[in-house]
Design a protein around this ligand. Structure first.
Ligand code: GAL
Length: 801
C-alpha cells in the first residue's frame, strides 16, 4: 500500500514539473560589423538592394543567409558597441549629453551595427511554436530570420518578441540577422548602441499563455490574501481546440499551498480568451522591503488531459496606498520613499550589463538605505526588476515618452504587461519633463489616454508623472493621480495647500554635483568639490530637499537624481568631462561624501564620516573646512588628540569645523543615544601597494557569472592614499575574462576595454574597478594587479558548479 502511494506522488511531481515552454538563450557566438548610415555600400547594400520587394529574398545584402560573415567580429550579447568607440569632441548638445561618443546622425560610420547569429534548434514534441525574444536593443532594430523580414522594434528600451514559426528551420542552420540603427536618440543621456540585453528562442505549444498574458494580483485582509489569477490563452492551432486552465501557488520553499479548479475553455483558431480564477491564502506572508517574500504561481494548460503549456511566475503579496495628507503606505504601514533615480550604464561595460551587475548595483543602493529605484526615463531590463523583487527595492517603472500614438501606446502596453507581476513595481510613471505639452491640453489628453490604458492593464496600481513644474496645476497635473515634482521643492508646500488630496512625490530631487575625492573646483579637469554645495539652477542640495521631505507627512519622499553617476550629461561642465557628477556614488559604485549624508538619515545604522581626507602637505597652517556626516546626537572633533570643540548635530543636516591643517589624525567622536561612535582620517604615506577586494570569491562556471573587484592604492600601513592615481595592470589566469575597467573619474578618456593581454586602468583618487566574467571550466582563477613601483596583489577565486 505504501509503495502505491509513493508511486502516485512521483507521477504527480513529474507531471507538475513538466516544462511545457522551452527557453534557449541565444547570447553567445554572434558576429558583428559596423554598417554605415550614409553609404549604402558600406552598409552591406542595405538601401540599394531590394529587400522588401519579394518575401525571403534580400540577396546581395548581409540579410542573405548565404552571406559570408567569417571576417566579422565574434562576440557575445550583451553588447554595447558605443563603449569601444573613442571619445570625440563636438559642440553639439546631443553628442555632449550622450557622453561624447560618436553615435547619432553626425556619425554615420559608427551608428549602424549589424549582428548575425547562426543557430540550430532541435524540435520538441508538442512544442511547435517558435518565438524570438529580444529583451532590449538600442535602437530601431530590424530583424530577419533566414532571409525573412520578421519586424522592426523602434524602442531602444522596451523589448519585443516575434513569432517565427513559419521561417525557422529545425535540425538545420538558421541565420538570424539584426540591423541596429542608433542614428536617432531617445534621450539626453548615454544610451549605448547595440543588442545590450538578452536574446531568447522560445518553443511552446500552439495552445499557450504568451509572455505577459498572465497577471497575478491580490487583495489582503489581515493574514488572508485573495489572489486573482488572470490567464489569457491563445490558440494557434489551425482548428478549434478545447482545453482546461488551472493555476497553483507554491511557497518560496516549493510547497503547493493553493490550487484553482481546472476551468474549461474552447478556442477557435487565433482566438485569445481570458479567465479569472481566485485562490485564497489564509496565512499569507507579505512581500516587504525587509522581507521580500516571493511566491510562485504555476499556470497549467491541458489539452485532452495532458499538459501542453505550463509556466511559473514569481510574485509577491503586498498593498500600496497613496494618501494626500499622510504619504505612502506599504502593507498598511507608512513608508517614506528614500529613492534614487538611475540610468542603466555601469563603469567598464556601458549599457551591456551582465545580470550580476544588476544585483550588485541594487545591493549598493540597499546598503545606502535606499528603498526605491526610479527607472529613469525608460523601461528597465527584466533582470533589474528581478533583483529588486528579491532584494526588496520598490520600483517606479517609467514610460519613455508622454505620447499616446499607436507606437507609444504599444510600448506602454508591452511595458505594463511585462512588468505587472513584479511586486517591486509600486507605481507607473507615464513620462518625464515634457516641456512642450505638460502644461496644456495636449499633455492632459495624452495623459488621460495613457492612464486609461494603465488602469485597463493593471487596475492594481496607479501612475505618476515627473513634472518640472512648481505650484502649477493646468495640464497633466490636473489628471495625474500622484503629483510628481522634479526639483522645485520650495513649491511643494503651496501646491499641497491648493491640492490637499493629491499625493505628492519627489520624482527628481537633489541633483547635487560632486566628484569623488575632489575638494576644489577645477574647471580645467572639470571636477566639482565632493561636498553638498553645488547644484545647478533648477536643482537643490541634498539637505534642502530632504529636510523638507523628511518632516512633512504629505511628502511621500522622493528620488534623488541620481544613485550612481552615469555616462553623458556632464553638468556643470562639458568636454573633457564625459560623464555625470550627479551620483551619490560614482559610475563604479564608490561612495562620495554625500553618501554618508543620505545614509545617516536613511538608515538606523551608526554613521559617522569625516571629509575631506587629511593629505594636504601644501596647506600646513591653512584652514581646511571639515565636514562630519553623522546621525549621532553630538560630535567632538580632535586633531592629533586636541579637541576642536563639541557640536550638537542638527537633524537632517551636517556639521562643519574650520581646522588649521597639520598632518596627523583627525578624529570625530559622536555620542548616539549615550553610545560612542568614532571615525578618523589620517595623513597617509606614499603609495606602497595595490589591494584588491572582490565582491565574492566563488563564481559559477557558467560563462555568465560576474565578480566585481575593487582596487585600492594603500600606503605601507594599509591606509588608502586618497590622491593616488597609479596605473594598475591586470593579469587574469584561468578560464574567465575581464569585461571592463573603470575608475569613477568623470573626465577620464581611458578605454573601458583593453586588448586581451593588456588590461589596465589608472586609479582615480585611490580607487578603480575591474569586472570579471566566468568561463565554463571549473577551477581556480587568479587576478594579479600590479602598478609600477608598488607591491602587487594577487587574489584567487574559485570557479565551480
Ligand atoms: C532633469 C531630467 C534628468 C536630468 C536631470 C539633471 O531635468 O529629468 O533627466 O537631466 O534634470 O539634473
Amino acid at each position: 500500500m505504501k509503495k502505491i502511494a509513493l508511486l502516485f506522488t512521483t507521477i504527480f511531481l513529474v507531471c507538475l514539473s513538466a516544462k511545457a515552454q522551452f527557453k534557449t538563450n541565444l547570447d553567445t557566438d554572434w558576429r558583428f560589423h559596423l554598417g554605415h548610415a550614409a553609404n549604402p555600400e558600406k552598409d552591406f547594400n542595405y538601401s540599394i538592394a531590394t529587400i522588401f520587394s519579394k518575401s525571403g529574398g534580400a540577396t546581395k545584402t548581409a540579410i542573405d543567409p548565404k552571406f559570408v560573415d567569417t571576417t566579422w567580429t565574434k562576440l557575445n550579447i550583451p553588447h554595447d558597441w558605443a563603449v569601444d568607440l573613442p571619445f570625440v569632441y563636438s559642440p553639439n548638445f546631443d553628442v555632449e549629453s550622450h557622453g561624447y561618443k560618436p553615435i547619432g546622425g553626425l556619425y554615420p560610420e559608427t551608428s549602424i551595427g549589424w549582428y548575425r547569429k547562426h543557430f540550430t534548434v532541435t524540435p520538441k514534441p508538442g512544442l511547435d511554436r517558435y518565438e524570438l525574444q529580444f529583451d532590449g536593443i538600442f535602437r530601431n532594430a530590424s530583424i530577419w530570420l533566414n532571409g525573412f523580414y520578421v519586424g522592426t522594434n523602434q524602442s531602444g528600451y522596451v523589448g519585443v518578441s516575434y513569432d517565427v514559426t513559419d521561417y525557422i528551420l529545425t535540425d538545420k542552420e538558421n541565420i538570424l540577422v539584426v540591423r541596429v540603427d542608433a542614428t536617432q536618440y531617445e534621450g539626453w543621456f548615454y544610451e549605448g548602441a547595440g543588442i545590450y540585453r538578452h536574446v531568447w528562442l522560445n518553443q511552446f505549444n500552439n495552445l499557450h499563455v504568451a509572455d505577459g498574458d498572465f497577471f497575478v494580483h491580490s487583495t489582503q485582509n489581515g493574514k488572508k490574501a485573495t489572489v486573482t489569477l488572470e490567464t489569457t490563452v491563445t490558440n494557434k492551432n489551425f482548428y478549434p481546440t478545447n482545453c482546461t486552465v488551472s493555476t497553483y501557488i507554491k511557497s518560496r520553499e516549493g510547497k503547493i499551498i493553493g490550487t484553482t479548479s481546472e476551468q474549461k475553455l474552447s478556442l477557435t483558431t487565433n482566438q485569445q480568451s481570458t479567465i479569472k480564477q481566485k485562490i485564497t491564502l489564509s496565512n499569507a506572508t507579505l512581500w516587504d522591503i525587509d522581507n521580500p517574500y516571493l511566491y510562485r504561481a504555476v499556470t497549467v494548460v491541458k489539452q485532452n488531459g495532458k499538459i501542453v503549456d505550463q509556466q511559473e511566475t514569481k510574485f509577491g503579496l503586498r498593498t500600496v496606498a497613496f494618501n494626500g495628507q499622510k504619504g505612502f503606505f506599504l502593507n498598511g504601514k507608512p513608508l517614506k520613499i528614500k529613492g534614487t533615480n538611475n540610468h542603466q550604464d555601469h563603469a567598464g561595460v556601458g549599457s551591456a550589463l551582465p545580470d550580476d551587475l544588476q544585483y550588485f548595483r541594487i545591493k549598493l543602493l540597499k546598503e545606502l538605505g535606499s528603498n526605491a529605484y526610479r527607472a529613469s526615463h525608460h523601461a528597465p531590463t527584466r533582470e533589474l526588476l528581478e533583483a529588486c523583487d528579491s532584494l526588496g527595492m520598490l520600483v517606479l517603472d517609467e514610460q519613455r515618452l508622454l505620447n499616446s500614438s499607436p507606437e507609444y501606446l504599444d510600448q506602454f502596453t508591452r511595458l505594463i504587461k511585462r512588468d505587472r507581476n513584479h511586486p517591486s513595481v509600486f507605481l507607473w510613471s507615464i513620462g518625464n519633463e515634457e516641456g512642450w505639452i505638460q502644461k496644456n491640453d495636449f499633455g492632459k489628453k495624452i495623459a488621460l489616454t495613457l492612464l486609461a490604458k494603465q488602469r485597463e492593464l493593471d487596475p492594481s496600481r496607479t501612475s505618476t508623472y515627473a513634472a518640472d513644474m512648481g505650484n502649477e496645476f493646468p495640464g497633466v497635473n490636473e489628471v495625474i493621480p500622484v503629483r510628481g515634482f522634479n526639483y522645485r521643492q520650495f513649491a511643494v508646500a503651496d501646491y499641497h495647500k491648493d491640492h490637499p488630496n493629491q499625493p505628492l512625490l519627489g520624482t527628481e530631487m537633489g541633483s547635487t554635483v560632486t566628484t569623488r575625492g575632489i575638494y576644489e573646483k577645477d574647471p580645467i579637469r572639470a571636477y566639482v568639490p565632493d561636498q553638498d554645495i553645488t547644484a545647478p539652477w533648477w536643482a537643490s542640495k541634498a539637505e534642502e530637499w530632504w529636510s523638507l521631505a523628511a518632516v512633512n507627512d504629505y511628502w511621500m519622499g522622493g528620488f534623488v537624481w541620481t544613485g550612481l553617476d552615469y555616462r553623458g550629461e556632464p553638468t556643470p561642465y562639458k568636454w573633457p568631462n564625459i560623464n555625470s557628477h550627479f551620483g551619490i556614488m560614482d559610475v563604479c559604485g564608490f561612495p562620495k561624501n554625500i553618501y554618508y549624508y543620505y545614509k545617516s538619515w536613511w538608515t538606523n545604522e551608526d554613521i559617522i564620516h569625516i571629509s575631506p581626507h587629511w593629505n594636504w602637505a601644501d596647506k600646513v597652517g591653512q584652514p581646511i573646512e571639515v565636514w562630519v556626516n553623522t546621525n549621532a546626537d553630538d560630535v567632538e572633533l580632535f586633531l592629533n588628540g586636541k579637541s576642536l570643540g563639541k557640536k550638537v548635530m542638527p537633524r537632517n543636516s551636517h556639521l562643519k569645523w574650520s581646522v588649521p591643517y597639520e598632518p596627523g589624525k583627525l578624529e570625530a567622536v559622536g555620542i548616539k543615544k549615550g553610545k560612542k561612535i568614532i571615525t578618523s582620517v589620517e595623513t597617509t604615506g606614499a603609495p606602497y601597494r595595490v589591494i584588491a577586494t572582490p565582491n565574492r570569491t566563488t563564481l559559477k562556471a557558467n560563462g555568465t557569472d560576474v565578480v566585481i573587484v575593487n582596487l585600492s592604492i594603500v600606503d605601507e600601513k594599509g591606509r588608502e592614499v586618497p590622491v593616488a592615481d597609479n596605473r594598475i595592470q591586470f593579469q587574469l589566469m584561468g578560464d574567465a575574462k575581464i569585461i571592463g575597467v573603470g575608475n569613477g573619474d568623470p573626465s577620464s578618456h581611458e578605454p573601458d576595454h583593453c586588448p586581451e593581454s593588456a588590461w589596465q586602468r589608472s586609479a582615480f583618487n585611490g580607487k578603480c574597478q575591474v569586472i570579471l566574467q566566468a568561463g565554463k571550466t571549473k577551477g581556480t582563477l587568479t587576478l594579479k594587479a600590479t602598478a609600477n613601483g608598488l607591491a602587487s596583489e594577487t587574489i584567487t577565486l574559485t570557479q565551480s558548479n
